[in-house]
Design a protein around this ligand. Structure first.
Ligand code: ANZ
Ligand code: ZN
Length: 766
């Protein structure tokens, strides 16, 4: 073992694959999930989770790798700090995203899923992340979606799933209904087509029942403020009043402005609007029906009904208009318009020459206090193929019945005509062998639901399944869940601030209320990572600026790529990807390799001790805050110091090197494992304790030395007292001063006079 290792070359690919295999064989990242929960015994379960990925067959680019690696580094750090870390991985492969890709490449989604899965898992393994590979979850696996269907049934039984006919967003290109939140600026989130409105019968989850809980719960969780604000805005709670305004109920958040109401506006979908039969009104209603909410808000249009009502406060006659900036789905679908106070009303009044009158801001109309939310119920139905069939049966006699639990899963059949129809029906509706069923209640002939569920449902509960993958007879085991959840650290992209995070919170609350789990917030801490930028834009397939990690891993090793990515900036901010940067990181690792491979033992040095303890302290703090970039910078400084000593004395105490390797282990897991092994250690570095620092050793005594050139003071040098005895060191550090350098440059030094601990004088040749 002690045989000189200096001549061993650092060949990343060799050691990386070797250790990846070894880690999986020895299961060092697979904690015993049933170990008794005993704090005194030092068993501290720590669930470190990365947001569920939804990769396509093109696999991951370095922007994705950045996110996974940053999360993994934190998990590894927590493990070395003595926690029992559980870090699972899987993939969310159902849904429109994957199905659209299958359409694009002309392959059956099931077949495509296998290809994507294989490639994605291969890439993740090559990255060296410390996952528990014995517990993967894939949403299209019947063993998983059986329980997604079970979940639907629990919500149905609890009255939280219901059907209603509603105008829905329909994407003509994806040929499916979209949830409001999947429509961005009137366009489909997936394919950017302009979204249309369609009336369809759909399944909904009653998330609105949890609006207040979802709001209040935010006070109890450790999440980034910007994410909490996004959720609050999405829920959009507003307190207001319903006032009867000349016979029409209006919702207002500013009742005190009622005397400034100079007109009344009805939404075109308001029942009263249909009572006006003039051609102008009928035409207007017709046109506005096909517009999206966003379009309606942007360009304000309207039509005068010809009718007036009396403003109950001013007793003045005011006109009734119909305008589509007033939405039927909010408040009462009618407003008192106060152009003096409200921006939107003013814009409208100016356009249509309606009077604008000052209000006294103290009107006291009579009304009922109400609370309104912008949050809408969660639209679950998708008229597509690639998802879990909604487990419901419609009986002409008994109505909608859940599929009996012992009949789950309702398997998604292998069909050839799986592509979306665009008729408002799922492809499964062409398959009587699928939809013909017997009523679970009266056993008579009945029809199965042919829609599948929204893929956001798949990802709204997966964190519960990870700790229970071996159970086929239950979705999750009570004890396991009690021990491992809620998730201690959840890391993901800020773009999921609303949808995924809100749905997961809702499902958790519902499961809590149904008595399945004993907590109601799924993620104690949520950390939003930054994004990798390439050529000035976020790295993404749609931007066409994707960099694939594979070639870099082959050339420089996963460790160099990991460290490089983390070095681009604070993990919360992301950074710029540049080819030149990885070269530098690769050189740093080679230097660490050379240093740690050549070390022979020597006595400790007090000055180095201080540097080491300071380094441990800063790196520990950096890691805890996920500031991996500064952690790496501190390790580089520490390396330089060790290198300086080593070059000088040709010998170095081994503990300095071990500390370097330990502190680097979570960032660069392979090279450090190999070096650890070379330093004579038998067990994995990833099962070692994180180095501790001694705060007594952090302070070093400093001495101030005056630097002179030809007797003139040019700078001062602060140096550790341990170093003052060594004139060569003092000369070295003194010559680094910019001002001193300036005066020494190009000149020959005749001699150096050193008064120990006080003055160093460079005397030049004249
Ligand atoms: C008079 C008023 C005066 C209003 C004023 C606002 C400011 P939030 O906060 O989002 O709840 N409103 C009510 N129902 C509406 C609907 N269906 N479509 C569009 N707008 C609607 O907004 C509530 C306010 O938005 C209400 O208070 C109403 O205008 C308008 F200085 O009433 B307000
Ligand atoms: Zn029946």
């Amino acid at each position: 073992m002690a045989k000189s290792k200096n001549n061993l070359k650092y060949i990343p690919t060799e050691i990386e694959q070797k250790w990846q295999k070894k880690w999986e064989e020895t299961k060092i990242y697979s904690p015993n999930l049933d170990k008794p929960f005993d704090k005194a015994q030092g068993h501290r379960p720590f669930y470190n989770l990365m947001m569920f990925p939804y990769p396509s067959a093109e696999g991951m680019h370095v922007g994705n790798m950045y996110a996974f690696t940053g999360a993994d580094i934190y998990g590894r750090f927590k493990r070395m700090q003595g926690n029992d870390v559980f870090e699972p991985i899987g993939l969310d492969g159902f849904g429109i995203h994957s199905e659209n890709y299958a359409i694009k490449v002309g392959r059956h989604p099931k077949e495509q899923a296998k290809i994507s899965e294989k490639n994605f898992y291969r890439q993740l393994r090559a990255t060296g992340n410390g996952y528990d590979w014995s517990r993967t979850v894939e949403t299209y696996d019947p063993k998983y979606y059986k329980w997604t269907q079970w979940l639907f049934i629990q919500l149905f039984k609890a009255g939280l799933a219901y059907r209603k006919k509603a105008p829905v967003n329909f994407c003509p290109s994806c040929k499916t209904v979209l949830a409001d939140e999947q429509v961005i600026d009137e366009k489909c989130e997936r394919c950017s087509s302009i979204v249309e409105k369609k009336e369809l019968e759909q399944w909904f989850f009653k998330i609105t029942k949890y609006a207040d809980r979802l709001l209040n719960g935010l006070n109890e969780i450790d999440w980034a403020e910007k994410i909490k604000i996004a959720q609050k805005q999405w829920i959009g709670r507003s307190e207001g009043m319903i006032i009867n305004f000349g016979g029409i109920d209006v919702f207002t958040t500013r009742p005190e402005t009622a005397d400034g109401a100079t007109f009344l506006v009805l939404s075109p979908q308001h029942p009263k609007a249909k009572e006006f039969k003039s051609k102008d009104v009928v035409d207007y209603i017709e046109i506005s029906t096909n517009k999206s909410d966003e379009e309606r808000r942007r360009e304000k249009t309207g039509v005068f009904t010809g009718e007036y009502i009396i403003n109950p406060l001013t007793k003045k006659k005011i006109p009734v208009w119909i305008a589509d900036y007033v939405l039927m789905g909010y408040g009462t679908g009618a407003i008192m318009a106060v152009p003096a106070e409200d921006e939107r009303d003013r814009e409208f009044a100016e356009k249509y020459k309606i009077p604008i009158e000052k209000t006294s801001l103290s009107a006291k109309p009579v009304g009922e206090k109400v609370v309104n939310y912008h949050l809408r119920d969660w639209l679950i139905s998708r008229q597509r193929y690639w998802g879990p069939p909604i487990p419901m049966i419609n009986c002409p006699k008994c109505g909608w019945q859940p599929v009996p639990e012992e009949q789950l899963p309702v398997l998604l059949p292998d069909v050839k005509d799986w592509k979306p129809l665009g008729t408002g029906k799922s492809p499964l509706a062409n398959h009587p062998e699928f939809y013909k069923a017997n009523c679970p209640n009266c056993k008579g002939p009945a029809t199965r639901e042919t829609d599948v569920s929204d893929t956001f449902l798949d990802s709204a509960w997966y964190f519960l399944r990870y700790v229970n993958t071996e159970f086929d007879n239950k979705p999750f085991d009570e004890l396991r869940v009690k021990k491992w959840l809620p998730v201690n650290m959840y890391i993901g992209g800020p773009e999921h601030a609303v949808l995924h995070l809100l749905y997961s919170r809702f499902i958790t609350m519902a499961l809590h209320d149904l008595g399945f789990i004993d907590f109601d917030e799924p993620f104690t801490k949520f950390y939003a990572h930054g994004l990798i930028i390439k050529d000035g834009a976020k790295m993404s397939k749609s931007k066409g600026n994707v960099v694939v990690p594979d070639a870099y891993i082959k050339k420089y090793g996963a460790d160099a790529l990991r460290c490089y990515l983390m070095f681009t900036g604070p993990f919360s901010m992301g950074g710029d990807f540049r080819d030149s940067g990885i070269e530098g990181m690769s050189r740093f690792l080679k230097r660490v390799w050379a240093l740690a491979s050549g070390i022979k033992g020597k006595d400790a040095d007090p000055a180095l001790d201080t540097f080491m303890h300071k380094t441990i302290k800063s790196v520990t703090e950096d890691m805890e805050n996920l500031n991996y970039n500064t952690a790496i910078a501190h390790l580089m400084e520490y390396y330089n110091e060790l290198h300086y000593f080593y070059t000088k004395y040709k010998i170095l105490n081994i503990k300095y090197c071990k500390t370097l390797v330990l502190l680097l282990a979570s960032l660069a897991p392979h090279i450090t494992e190999e070096l650890w092994n070379n330093l004579g250690e038998k067990s994995s570095i990833h099962q070692q304790s994180w180095p501790a620092y001694d705060s007594k050793l952090l302070v070093e005594n400093e001495v101030t030395i005056v630097i002179q050139v030809n007797g003139k003071v040019r700078d001062i040098l602060k140096i550790k007292s341990a170093d003052v005895k060594n004139q060569k060191d003092v000369e070295h550090f003194a010559s680094l001063s910019a001002n001193v350098k300036k005066h020494l440059d190009g000149k020959k030094i005749k001699k150096v006079i050193y008064v120990e601990g006080r003055i160093i004088n460079f005397v030049l040749n004249s």
